[in-house]
Structures are given as C-alpha cells and as structure tokens.
Design a protein around this ligand. Structure first.
Ligand code: ADP
Length: 466
C-alpha cells in the first residue's frame, strides 16, 4: 500500500470526514439525551412537588412513607432511586415533615428564591456516588409563603443511562470507522483500477509504437473521457511523427539526387585529361546542381523556422500592387521564354501590413507556378482588390489545371504531380508549402479552384489594417 497513492489518500480523507461527522453527531446525540433526561427528571419533580403542595393546602396528611413512591410512580411511570420529600418551615428553615431521616441542605439561593415565590432546581453532590436533583418550591396561600416543599431524587439512573450511551458511542465509533475505512479503500482501489491499466498501457506506447491505442470503456465517465483524450493526443502525435519521418525521408532524397549527379559528373570529368571548355561545362552543370540544393535548403530552413515559430516577420505598411509589379519585372523573361502573357493591369492599390520580402516571395511562387504549368499561348492574370476589410490577391492561369483529388495535397511538403516530377529541372515541391506558411504568418487564407484543361486560380485573402 503506497502512501502516495490516490486510493490511500482518498481513504484517509474519507475516514477523516466520516470521523468528524460521527463525532459531531455522537456529541449532539449525547447532549440531546442528557438534556431530555434532565427535563424528564425536572418535570417529574415539579409534578410531585405540585401534588404535595396541593395536598398540604387541602390539609391531606402526608405521613405514610409510601405516598411519595405512589406520586413518583404516577408522574414518572416508575419509582426513582432514593426519592424523598420534605416540608420546611419557611421562616426557620426547619424540617416539619420528611420521608427520610437524613436532611438535605436548603441552599441560600433556594431559600431566597422561595421567599420570593420562585421554585429552584439544584443538583447537589452528597456523600453518595451520584448527585441528587432537588426542587425547592414555596407553598403560597393568600399571597404568603406558608411552607416550603422540597422534592428530590438520585440522578444515578440518569447518569448510568448517559454513561452507557457514551460507552456504546466510544466503542462503536472506532469499529465503525475501521469498517468504513476498509470498505472505502476497497472501493477506491476498485474505481482506480482502470487508471492503473491505463498507466501500464500508456507506458507500453513509445515513439515507435504510436499506432497503439488505450482501451475505451465507452461508458462516457471521467476515465473514459481521459482515455479518449489520450487517444486523440496519440493520434495527433502519430500523425506528426509520420509527417516528420516522411519529411526527413523526402528531404534526404531530394538532396541525394543532385549530390549523386554532382558526384557522377565530377568523377567522369576527372577520369581523364579534358579540355578547358569541357571542364567549364562540368563546372557550370555542378553550379546548377549546387544552386538547386541551395534553393532546397533555403526552403527547408524557411519551413523549419515557420514550424518552430521563430520566423521573423518584419511588419511594414505596404501596397500589394507594388510587390506585384516587382514580381512582374522579375518574371517577365521567363514569361516571354514560355510565350505566356503575364497580365498585371487589374490591380488596385490595396494597403496592408506585412513583411514585404515574404509577401513578394508568396506572389513570386504563385506567379511562377502559373507560368510553369501554362502552355505556350496561354496567360497568367494577377489581380488585387479590396473585399470588405480584406485584401484579395488572385493569381489565375489558363494552364493544365489540377485534378480535384490533388487539390488538397498540393500544399503538402514535397508534393508534386506526376507530370511535374517528370519535368527535368523542376523544383522540389516546396513552393506552395512556403506560400501557405507565409499566408498563415499573416493571418490570411488561401483557396484554390481549378479545372483540368482550363486553368487554376489561387485566391489569397489578407487582413487590412482598418
Ligand atoms: P513545384 O511547383 O515546385 O512542383 P509547388 O509546391 O509549388 O511545387 O506545387 C506543388 C504541385 O502543385 C506542383 O507539382 C503541381 O503539380 C501543382 N501546381 C501548383 N501550381 C499549379 C498551377 N498553377 N497549375 C497546375 N498545377 C499546379
């Protein structure tokens, strides 16, 4: 039994609370019992004293010692231990009549009260083991105290009853607590058993076994909800681990290809003595591969920074139209080479707050793709407009289009259509992932609509400062 376990702690808490409740309940019951016993005794004493006073006033003689027993039986239901009565002279405090030889004290308080017509209850500790309860009551005739009646009885029976009750209470309390503690511990253990099973199952799941899931009971209780939440977390972890593995595999593959080409070309060049022009061709080809690798590494670095949230965004107030014109100038040569018209006339001067370098890269990637995937004679149109509070940039082309099943994959890293892969010198498939990261960093949205054979439209919407 581990002291730090929830089961043990719960049991201790439960026992503590139960003990406090039982003690409060027991103490209240004990107080109530003592109080009602006292009330019962006082009530009986009062009735007997009244009856004695009435008899005195009516002149009925009180000489027989058993008459007090009869009176107590009448008002109490039984004869108490050691009942007694006494008639006293109110002036001289002298007993006139008593059923006992031994006198009980008449306290000053009782005497003073009686002379004022007030009855007094007192508990007197005599030589006996148990105290005696006494009622001193004046007998008043014609507004004058003519006599004092004292009635008393031993409190032995009352004290014994209270004591037995206390004894039962103090023996039952620990027994009850111990039983409740064992029961509570068994209950806590039983209800926490699924947690143990879950802990063991979770321990088995490592980075290499993320496809395993915890068992869900389907009851919908707290533990079932916990299992479901953990399974959802595992699901996400599994997906991102797979994505990471795929990403590393793709990145290594993409770097390996140009390296192999580079190695092969250099090895061939070195095999025999070559002319200077041949070395030059080899070096030019090597530079091309190196440029490809550098571009790939740049892209990977950019995405890694975006993923880890360390991408620095230099926010400035800019007009997107200006960036579109920059890109137009940069890509004019490529457009002319491919015989594709690049239209940037439909642009409104919309002002946004963003990083000019990143946004220029975004426009460049989209326009470059448009030019790349549009056959000769086609056109790529770039538009900027204000739509409510958002700036909208649209890049549409009259190219080959993207199949519906490919449209949600094109933003994945390294994803390229089969045709794009077959094209020599094609890029690595990071262009649209970078576009998506830039859009996200600017709290924007990107949508694609495309039809095979007729063209593709990318629509980027970005928030404006107003
Ligand atoms: P890349 O262009 O380097 O291959 P991207 O991430 O920019 O990589 O694009 C991913 C894929 O999306 C491309 O291989 C291509 O199949 C498709 N694609 C992107 N833009 C267009 C477009 N304008 N028209 C047709 N297909 C496109």
């Amino acid at each position: 039994m581990k002291l730090r376990s929830i089961g043990v702690r719960l049991t201790f808490w439960y026992m503590g609370l139960l003990a406090a409740t039982l003690i409060i309940l027991g103490a209240s019951a004990y107080a109530l019992l003592t109080y009602s016993l006292q009330r019962e005794v006082d009530g009986a004493l009062e009735s007997v004293a009244n009856a004695l006073a009435d008899r005195y006033v009516e002149g009925i003689e009180l000489s027989r010692s058993d008459s007090i027993d009869q009176l107590f039986r009448q008002f109490f239901g039984f004869v108490p231990l050691d009942p007694y009565y006494e008639m006293l002279d109110p002036v001289e405090r002298r007993p006139l009549l008593s059923n006992r030889s031994r006198r009980l004290p008449l306290s000053d308080t009782a005497w003073t009260n009686a002379s004022r017509g007030i009855a007094t209850f007192e508990t007197v500790n005599q030589t006996e083991r148990y105290p005696t309860r006494i009622l001193t009551r004046p007998v008043i005739v014609n507004s004058r105290v003519v006599n004092l009646v004292q009635v008393g009885m031993s409190l032995e029976r009352t004290y014994r009853t209270s004591k037995s009750f206390l004894l039962i209470l103090t023996t039952m309390l620990p027994v009850g607590l111990a039983l409740a503690g064992v029961g509570g511990w068994l209950l806590a253990r039983r209800s926490l058993r699924p947690v143990q099973a879950m802990t063991q199952a979770a321990r088995r799941i490592s980075a290499f076994r993320l496809s395993e899931r915890l068992k869900e009971s389907g009851t919908g209780d707290e533990l079932d909800q916990l299992a479901r939440t953990l399974n959802e977390t595992l699901e996400r972890l599994d997906a991102s681990f797979n994505q990471m593995r795929q990403f590393s595999a793709d990145a290594s593959h993409e770097l390996q290809t140009p390296l192999t080409v580079l190695k092969g070309e250099i090895e061939v060049a070195l095999r025999s003595h070559r002319k200077a022009s041949e070395y030059r061709t080899t070096l030019e080809s090597a530079l091309e591969e190196i440029n490809r690798m550098a571009k790939l590494v740049d892209g990977l670095l950019f995405l890694a920074r975006a993923d880890s949230g360390v991408l620095k965004i230099d926010r400035q107030s800019i007009v997107i139209q200006d960036l579109v014109h920059d890109v137009q100038a940069e890509l004019a040569k490529i457009a002319a080479e491919g015989n594709v018209k690049l239209n940037c006339e439909n642009t409104e001067p919309v002002r946004i707050v963003g990083d000019p370098v990143l946004l220029r890269q975004l426009i460049q990637n989209l326009v470059h793709n448009g030019l790349k995937y549009t056959p000769e004679g086609g056109h790529v149109d770039v538009e900027t407009a204000l739509d409510g509070k958002r700036a909208v940039l649209t890049v549409s082309d009259t190219g080959e289009g993207i199949a519906p099943e490919e449209q949600d994959k094109i933003f994945q890293r390294f994803y390229r259509s089969a045709r794009a892969k077959s094209q020599s010198g094609g890029s690595a498939g990071l262009g649209l992932s970078i576009v998506e990261s830039i859009v996200k960093a600017h709290n924007g949205k990107i949508e694609v609509t495309s039809k095979i054979g007729s063209g593709t439209t990318f629509k980027v919407s970005l928030p404006t400062p107003h």
